[in-house]
Design a protein around this ligand. Structure first.
Ligand code: AMP
Length: 350
């Protein structure tokens, strides 16, 4: 067990790191944030901060030296520089990042474990794209293999003419058949150092412009029916990776069962409701897991929980948000409320 006063390193400086840091502080740990960003909202609430690029190997080595355990709040941390660090300090291990950073390796990995992603194929040329369309049909979605998030780096296509040849060859892509789904949900689990696994309830997640807008409990019946199969897959993924900490898998609930969309080797926006809506939040259990502490109860505290994301300038309409005395307002401390930027969220329980 990590002793009180030990230092937890967080790679990445956004709101996920901020909420992790607040849970770490609650448990008596110190947090050191490593992030390249000019302003890090995680560093705002942490006693130590290294601002450096991911490639600054001396800064990364000094950071690792100063930390007892190191975790991630951002899945696109380059893996190569991490391999030079003391691997025993990293939780989860870098293999989880490696798999999750590339949509093609992620879907291949999950298929090998018996999961069902949308039909997919690697696309590096127009010929690959035409072959994928001939094999799987349209509509389809072409996504960049790396660095896409919140619907960025994606093209919905009805034919090969809907994406330019220059875009196709600019960066490695993956073709995905379009999934007709009834609902989207995620499985969020925590796995301890001893292999114990706990799951939070699965919310119904709705997206607007590719960005999560709401997570709601209870989810529709079809989600409840598909959760056991989705959980079993998520657990196999976590076990295959020797995973320690909180891990998220996103699914589409379809008439043919749960279709795997993607995984995140970290706490997740669709788990923010757990701060007030579950006995132990995803942030606290992530810190407990990486610190080797006993895991907390993941049960929901009420049958009805609603989490609404605050995107862009509307986040600062504070009086309106707090007009409902039951609203738990979370603002991430971002100074500029740009359109499409996640600025905070509100949770209502019961
Ligand atoms: P992603 O960044 O891959 O999670 O995609 C963002 C959102 O786009 C998802 O949450 C879905 O709402 C939608 N989406 C992504 N891939 C597919 C697909 N293959 N079929 C249907 N909808 C999709």
């Amino acid at each position: 067990m990590l002793a009180p006063g030990s230092t937890i390193g967080i790679l990445g400086g956004g709101q996920l790191g901020r909420m992790m840091a607040m849970s770490a502080a609650q448990l008596g740990y110190r947090v050191h944030v490593f992030a390249p960003d000019e302003h890090s909202v995680a560093a705002d609430v942490s006693p130590a901060h290294t601002r450096a690029d991911w490639s600054a190997s001396a800064a990364l080595a000094a950071f690792a030296e100063a930390c007892d355990v190191i975790t991630y709040e951002f899945e696109n941390v380059p893996v190569a520089p991490l391999l030079a660090l003391d691997q025993a300090k990293l939780a989860p291990g870098p293999r989880a990042l490696e798999v999750a950073q590339d949509r093609f390796s992620e879907k291949s990995f999950v298929s090998e474990l018996g999961g069902t992603p949308a039909p997919f194929a690697a696309v590096d040329s127009m010929a690959d794209l035409e072959a994928a369309i001939a094999r799987f049909g349209t509509p389809a979605i072409v996504k960049t293999r790396r660095d896409g998030y919140d619907g960025k780096g994606q093209w919905r296509i009805a034919s090969a003419a809907d994406i330019s040849a220059s875009e196709v060859v600019a960066t490695p892509m993956v073709f995905e058949g379009f999934v007709t789904f009834e609902a989207e949900f995620s499985v969020i689990l925590v796995r301890g150092r001893d292999g114990e696994v706990r799951f939070w309830d699965s919310t119904h997640n709705t997206h607007e412009q590719g960005i999560l807008a709401h997570s709601v409990l209870p989810a529709p019946a079809i989600v409840g029916e598909q959760v056991p199969e989705a959980r079993a897959l998520a657990q196999r993924i976590a076990e295959a990776l020797g995973y320690v900490g909180v891990m998220t898998c996103e699914f589409f609930a379809t008439d043919d069962g749960p279709v795997f969309n993607e995984m995140a080797p970290r706490v997740h926006n669709s788990g923010h409701w757990t701060i007030e809506g579950a006995v132990t939040s995803q942030f606290e259990n992530h810190i407990r897991a990486i610190a080797g502490l006993p895991l907390g109860d993941t049960s929901s505290v009420a049958g009805k929980v609603v989490m609404d994301n605050l995107i862009g300038p509307e986040a600062f309409a504070i009086a309106r948000h707090l007009a409902d005395p039951r609203a738990h307002l979370h603002l991430y401390g971002k100074l500029e409320a740009r359109e499409g930027r996640k600025m905070g969220h509100i949770t209502r329980v019961g």
